[in-house]
Design a protein around this ligand. Structure first.
Ligand code: GKR
Ligand code: MG
Length: 442
């Protein structure tokens, strides 16, 4: 079953002004839809779907790999991983990440350097895995379509029929500057966060809640968690400041949060500060920032830095790697959760298949999908949240179909934008000072 064509279509979909430690989400998220056209051996073909971030470098690298994929077998994902690594080896330093690519430039953050750990700049291998992951998902989707079986079965079979997700709460402006308020409205106070959570829970049935923190001073974020606890006495709660707290701040905050949280995610940056905090709090610490590959496991275990890791197939190198992470976590005694970034339905389906095949995953997974579901590229009807969970799609492969008209529309949006990178920080800085309410900085 030979690969005939790789099509990569960059798209841009609408996103609300969600605040994070780095800035604020821009009005559109850049993603890419990967289509792998494979001969079915009977004179026809199937198309496997994948999805990844739409940064310019990722598109360039997919294009580079695409030209060498043609004629290879869709079943040989091991060889594909080797090919991707070989073609992309050493390329990270050649890539133009843009003059103000904030996600790469933690070094120019405004908080004092002594309050930070090592900058979480991804190693080249990190980027290579991200390219491979999109292709591996498309290969598995195609394999499933060819065999008439589900991706979860290619991953070893399901251990659950439906995957629980957490409601992912964000501090939020009422709308993008210059635009009307969106349907979610503002969330800039504890009451605003609770109202957002109420809406999420009522609409999707989430049974766990995560607040993206690192936006306001810690005591305000702790107040929001207390308000959530009062409103949702039985929901496990999480807070994720994305590593921007100093160790000193985190020690105080951890004491206050000890009776409130299921886990505290990346309160400080770097494995050493996480370890220092872990040794002085009973609160479980989780990460998707200081353990992002197998290379990080040994140090994190030795330093006892974390108790929960958030996997993510986009980052760990595909669905099989995401499932295998469960075995690693079980072996070293870590809990496993799942990280998310803004994504479309192809990735939600992929995340759901991986989680359904991972016995060691005992925490509800993160997803940004409720923020973006109105602008999806998959045919509606397959993916929905019931009691906070997504039922594993039943069809062959990922079980979702591409809505080509929707993809074309979002591709036109991408072209009209003319933007090639995500830059939350530049967007925050571009907001006129008289826009109210302006995000307070620490
Ligand atoms: O979407 O603003 C966001 C998040 O901050 C995202 O970029 C993070 O990667 O959700 C993520 C996390 O858990 O760190
Ligand atoms: Mg996180």
């Amino acid at each position: 079953m030979i690969i005939r064509e790789l099509r990569v279509t960059p798209v841009a979909f609408a996103d609300p002004p969600l605040l994070n430690a780095d800035g604020v989400h821009q009005p559109h998220v850049l993603r890419a839809v990967v289509e792998l056209v494979v001969a079915d051996g009977r004179g026809g073909e199937v198309t496997g779907l994948g999805e990844c971030a739409g940064h310019a470098w990722q598109l360039d690298w997919l294009e580079l790999v695409g030209s060498r994929l043609l004629g290879t077998s869709v079943y040989e994902t091991g060889a594909l991983a080797g090919l991707v690594a070989e073609l992309l080896a050493g390329r990270a330093s050649d890539v133009d990440y843009g003059p103000d690519a904030s996600w790469r430039r933690w070094a120019d953050r405004t908080d004092p350097p002594e309050s930070r750990g090592p900058a979480p700049v991804p190693a080249p291998a990190f980027d290579v895995r991200r390219v491979y992951a999109a292709l591996e998902v498309a290969c598995l989707d195609a394999q499933g379509r060819l065999a008439g079986i589900s991706v979860v079965d290619l991953l070893g079979g399901r251990v659950r029929d439906a995957v629980p997700y957490s409601g992912y709460l964000f501090y939020k402006w009422p709308g993008h500057p210059g635009a009307d308020a969106d349907e979610w409205g503002a969330a800039l106070t504890p009451d605003g966060v609770v109202a957002q959570a109420r809406r999420m829970v009522d609409r999707y049935g989430f049974r766990s809640l995560k607040l993206k923190g690192g936006v306001f001073p810690p005591d305000e974020e702790i107040a929001a968690l207390r308000a959530l606890r009062a409103e949702f006495p039985d929901h496990p709660l999480r807070l994720d400041p994305n590593g921007v707290w100093s160790l000193k701040t985190a020690l105080v905050a951890a004491d206050e949060l000890a009776d409130l949280l299921e886990y505290l995610e990346d309160p400080v940056a770097g494995v050493e500060d996480m370890a220092a905090l872990a040794s002085r709090t009973s609160l479980p610490l989780a990460t998707n920032m200081c353990v992002t590959s197998l290379d990080d496991v040994r140090t994190a275990v030795e330093r006892r830095a974390v108790r929960i890791v958030l996997g993510d197939h986009h980052i760990w190198g595909g669905l099989r790697a995401a499932v295998a992470l469960g075995d690693v976590c079980r072996a070293v005694g870590w809990g496993l959760s799942m990280h998310s970034n803004s994504h479309l339905g192809i990735s939600l389906a992929a995340m759901t298949h991986a989680a359904a095949a991972t016995a060691a995953l005992h925490h509800a997974c993160d997803t940004h999908y409720p923020w973006n579901e109105a602008d999806d590229v998959v045919v509606p009807g397959t993916l929905s949240f019931v009691d906070g969970s997504v039922v594993v799609p039943h069809g062959a492969g990922l079980g979702v179909e591409l809505d080509r008209a929707a993809m074309d529309r979002l591709h036109d949006v991408y072209l009209a934008l003319g933007r090639e990178h995500r830059n939350d920080r530049a967007y925050l800085r571009s907001v006129p000072p008289d826009f109210a309410p302006r995000m307070p900085r620490r």
